[in-house]
Ligand binder design. Structure first.
Ligand code: ADP
Ligand code: MG
Ligand code: MG
Length: 251
């Protein structure tokens, strides 16, 4: 489903290369975890997948279902079923969360040539999804992410993901800022999305999240490249021994 080949990318503004020959393949049905020390380029990779124009791809390709997405803008990527939950979700003052969700869902339906959702149908879907994530209905009336706690922001992201039902989900440090209960709710939300025709990429610093969302593959990102891949035991090894040995072996 996702094939990243020899990707090189730099910051558009000053030309600093951040992604330096990154290779990664994620199959449909797979949950892949990306780990790595701070500053490795994990968030940058998620921005590049989203299509943010502050980064430039200088070499290599990103294939999604066999087709390059490099020329697509962020909304075209979203319409094709790519969903990114960022480490720092964007605040949207003046737009109630409910309203935001309605626009997002209807945009997606439009792109697929489907009819707009009727309001009662929309409200029912949102209320059901919000309840499974233990989201307080009052939160849905507030502007998206404005003044939300860390945990509320992450739940709001998972809610969007549930409602949009993307094919490829990328979650950047969804565990940061979550207490144990919220971590469980968010993990359950992600696990409920597991399906044979969907792929999930979970970016995380810690093994803790991977106890709840057990990955099929684990990849270590360092200095803009994947330096080691393995199964879930690799995450346990990292937790016990840190990154130093793997970084040394790669060098
Ligand atoms: P990670 O998510 O793995 O902690 P990031 O992708 O956030 O790493 O950052 C990788 C490196 O690129 C860091 O050194 C960071 O400072 C730098 N970087 C990323 N984006 C920018 C930017 N827009 N401007 C300046 N530096 C950036
Ligand atoms: Mg970081
Ligand atoms: Mg990051």
């Amino acid at each position: 489903m996702l094939e990243i080949k020899n990707l090189h990318a730099r910051i558009a503004e000053d030309g600093t290369e951040i992604i330096r020959g990154l290779n990664l393949t994620v199959k449909a049905g797979e949950v892949a975890a990306i780990m790595g020390p701070n500053g490795s380029g994990k968030s940058t990779l998620s921005y590049i997948l989203a299509g943010r124009d502050d980064y430039e791809v200088t070499e290599g390709d990103i294939l999604y279902n066999g087709e390059s997405i490099l020329e697509l803008d962020p909304s075209e990527r979203a319409a094709k079923g790519i969903f990114l939950a960022f480490q720092y979700p964007v605040e949207i003052p003046g737009v109630a969360t409910m309203q935001f969700l309605k626009v997002a869902m209807n945009e997606q339906r439009k792109a697929r040539g489907e009819e707009e959702l009727k309001t009662p149908e929309f409200i029912k879907l949102v209320k059901e999804a919000a309840a499974t994530l233990q989201i307080n209905p009052d939160m849905l009336k507030r502007p998206l992410n404005v003044g939300f706690s860390g945990g509320e922001k992450k739940r709001a992201e998972i809610l969007q993901m549930k409602l949009l039902g993307p094919q490829l989900c990328v979650l950047d440090e969804t565990d940061s800022g979550l207490d144990i209960d919220a971590l469980k709710i968010v993990s359950d939300g992600v696990n409920a999305l597991r399906s044979p025709d969907r792929a999930v990429v979970v970016i995380t610093h810690y093994q803790r999240l991977l106890e709840h969302i057990v990955p099929d593959s684990v990849h270590v990102l360092y200095n803009g490249r994947v330096i080691k891949s393995g199964d879930k035991d690799l995450a346990l090894d990292l937790e016990a021994n840190g990154y130093a040995g793997i970084i040394e072996a790669a060098a």
